[in-house]
Design a protein around this ligand. Structure first.
Ligand code: AMP
Ligand code: GLY
Length: 425
């Protein structure tokens, strides 16, 4: 398991519970993954050569890649060249996430519904485009910018002010020069995951996440403060619509561009009055969406990922439970402005049946845990419906915050999966 966040803890937890799996090593791993095998702490998640060498030496049968940074660094390519079965796309296919301009052009080439957009390289060019602009505008930096590269503004005037800073002293987030000016879509957002084996995509769950820091979707953007799965009243026919309008043209496009996509594709969709539009593709699982997806998985998940990575047609029966799962992220008080490490935490959380807690970046020091800061834990609970799951998740959050005490305050949103989610599509 490559990576060190809550997503990787949840994946490693689910892999370790698979009958076919004897041990999960994590690279570099965190306080949660440490209990399931070795943490390769001396390697970083982007060191493809080092990870491939160690994997061969240790007889690893399957590598699962968590973060986009590892994909962008070509870790999957290194592992495959070393003969290790790998669940995660190549660096080249990773451009669907790592370059928003590449992704936009790809979608336009292959007829995948997405917001219309124009690419600009300078303030002067932006001003020209914005002179004709009507209404809200989504301004997107081209490269990976850890959630800081997308700003939705209400008017062309505000877009221009922002770009004055981006093309001025501040620099474009992510360090590139290209910026997209995109039509602002309205609708309901949903994250849909599909597993790709090189010749097909199969939908494997969906979730809704909460990106803003504070209740009522206010405050700055974060990596994600909570999630629930499945989205409420997600009509079954949506699966067919997503297949025919998004995944089939995506597969045809990849094949036309000679790319075999092995791994998960995360479709960030806006469900508009005209159906689903792609806001973004990510070439990995979501965080914290994975933390609410993994507790719903039934069957030998490790065997499924291994079959996909090996190109084997024999797939074990793996499904998602009908129960709902709600996850609440507990973060350090200063997140997302800064991330101050927090020491002296414990893993002994005594949560009720059906609840789990997944660690973000952290280290086990003897019997205590030091969290790097930022997103410390995702606390999850299963329930017969989203309301029951939500109730149990917040009860578990209380247990955890009491256990940590007032000296180690963690902040969290109180409205994850709260009633507006029950709005109809
Ligand atoms: P991204 O980093 O591309 O996921 O964008 C972050 C957030 O910005 C998304 O989750 C949406 O809420 C919003 N967003 C991005 N693109 C659009 C768009 N074209 N229309 C409306 N909202 C958008
Ligand atoms: N939760 C959003 C992401 O993983 O990109």
């Amino acid at each position: 398991m490559i990576g060190s966040g809550g997503r990787e803890d949840a994946l490693s937890w689910r892999l370790a519970r698979s009958p076919s799996c004897s041990l999960v090593a994590a690279c570099p791993g965190n306080a949660g993954t440490a209990s399931r095998g070795a943490n390769w702490e001396d390697l970083v998640a982007t060191d493809g050569k080092g990870i491939a060498e160690r994997s061969r030496r240790e007889g690893i049968d399957l590598a699962v890649i968590g973060p986009e940074t590892a994909i962008a660094a070509g870790v999957a390519d290194h592992l495959r060249s070393a003969g290790i079965a790998t669940f995660g796309p190549s660096r080249r296919a990773g451009r669907l996430e790592t370059s928003k301009v590449f992704a936009k052009r790809f979608m336009e080439r292959h007829g995948i519904p997405t917001a219309s957009a124009q690419v600009v390289h300078s303030l002067q060019a932006a001003k020209k485009v914005l002179a004709e602009w009507d209404g809200a505008c989504v301004v997107k930096a081209d490269g990976l910018a850890s959630g800081k590269g997308v700003v939705v503004v209400d008017s062309a005037r505000e877009a221009e002010d922002l770009l004055q800073r981006w093309f001025g002293d501040e620099g474009v987030p992510g360090g590139g020069r290209e910026v997209l000016l995109e039509e602002c879509l309205t609708g309901r957002e949903v994250s849909v995951f599909a597993l790709g084996d090189g010749s097909s995509f199969r939908i494997f769950g969906s979730a809704c996440d909460y990106k803003r820091a504070s209740d009522g979707d206010t405050g700055p953007n974060t990596g994600g403060m909570g999630a629930y799965s499945p989205p409420t009243d997600f009509p079954r026919e949506f699966v067919d619509v997503i297949h025919s309008r998004i995944l089939e043209p995506l597969l045809r496009g990849l094949s036309a561009e000679r790319e075999r996509y092995v791994g998960v594709i995360y479709c960030g969709l806006m469900w508009t009055a005209h159906g689903p539009y792609v806001i973004e593709f990510n070439v990995r699982f979501g965080d914290p969406e994975t933390q609410v997806l993994m507790p719903r998985v039934r069957g030998d998940f490790a065997q499924l990922l291994a079959a996909i990575a090996n190109g084997s047609p024999d797939r074990p029966g793996v499904d998602l439970d009908d129960q709902s799962c709600v996850g609440v992220v507990l973060a350090t008080a200063d997140y997302p402005r800064t991330s101050t490490p927090l020491e002296g935490l414990t893993n002994d959380l005594a949560l009720s049946h059906g609840c789990a807690a997944f660690w973000g970046a952290s280290r086990l020091n003897g019997s205590f845990i030091t969290a790097s800061g930022g997103r410390v834990l995702t606390v999850t609970a299963l329930g017969a419906d989203v309301t029951t799951a939500r109730h149990s998740a917040y009860a578990a959050v209380d247990t955890v915050t009491q256990r940590f005490g007032k000296d180690r305050p963690l902040r969290f949103r109180r409205d994850i999966a709260a009633p507006p989610v029950l709005l109809r599509w």
